[in-house]
Ligand binder design. Sequence first.
Ligand code: FE
Ligand code: ZN
Ligand code: FE
Length: 210
Amino acid sequence: MPVESLHDLFVEELRDMYDGEKRLLRALPKMAKAASDGDLQDAFRSHLKETERQVGRLEQVFKTVSEKPRGKKCDGIMGIVEEGNKAIEELEEGPVLDAALIAGGQKVEHYEIASYGTLAYFAELLGNDRAKELLGQTLDEEKAADEKLNEIAKSDVNRRALTGEGEEEDEGALVRVGRAARRGASAMGFANDKRRASRGSRKSGSQRRR
Ligand code: FE
Ligand code: ZN
Ligand code: FE
């Protein structure tokens, strides 16, 4: 189909995300399995459930434009998933792999936020209110998934990756490591507000391998 109008481009982008979400349905269980941190496993599993609903929502959007749901290879998500697979192959299970999985997960979420943001706006321009609403719901879920991964990274996982220490550390050591990690993170210019950082170190004792 030649893409000649905003409507055509809208359908092309829908197909891209339909393919992308289906790739994520296959990737998320592998990511959950490869993760050591219990909160991270939960985050990937609950986003898998959400992703199933997002596929259903895309099918409803196809209906609003009288098109059959059909995917078109999403090179973007395929590439990010491929990088994640490489990390799973090459890294040992533990905090460094967890940090890599979070990084990959956030890259996917950012790709999806850009795509659904664009799609929702196209729907608005095209006067397709139902599609705009459905795409907006998914957009909100992707933003929340990104934020959740951010919280997990900052609460515990990246700090352990920094020191290579496992989860079996005594509380005092973790707090000391936490301070060092926060200094390191702020030196690198990461947003790392104190409130969230301290919430993280209180939580750290409860995150044990399941
Ligand atoms: Fe998604
Ligand atoms: Zn794509
Ligand atoms: Fe997502």
